[in-house]
Design a binder for this molecule. Sequence first.
Ligand code: CMP
Length: 157
Amino acid sequence: MLAEERTFVAIKPDGVQRGLIGDVLTRFERKGFKIMGMKLIQVSDEQAASHYAEHKGKPFYPRLIKYIQSGPVVVMVIKGYGVVDSVRHIVGATNPVNADVGTIRADFAQVMEYNVIHASDSLASAEREIAIYFNEDEIFDTWKTKTEELIEEDELL
Ligand code: CMP
């Protein structure tokens, strides 16, 4: 029995300013995931505080808030099979020094403070973070990916 999930991804200001939007998107598209929602936004004070609430009080929190608001970010909702864990693998460890070769952070980042991308760490975080940045009418599930077609034809659902 296979079930799809949704996750939340943000290309942070350093990723946008370094021209990495296309490279990052390509990794998710070629995996066959569905980009259900996507927009370029300036993160508000409320969104930043809500997104990073769990880090409030930590030494790096003020810098984290400043960083995420330092320029536009690309936020997206991605759907697929095992997408939460799969995207985390494609993104790599929080500290790029420890990220596996071939991951986004290993390939494009050097330090944790500027690590190009954020991805939700659980299904619960994904739904919470999607709600911070998206209205449901900005998320589209009106077409099938090839993987979805194959799985549905095969009645693996
Ligand atoms: P992200 O996946 O967006 O979640 C929290 C972010 O805090 C993390 O990526 C890093 O960009 C940032 N950060 C900065 N310093 C630290 C730290 N010492 N430990 C963890 N995260 C940090």
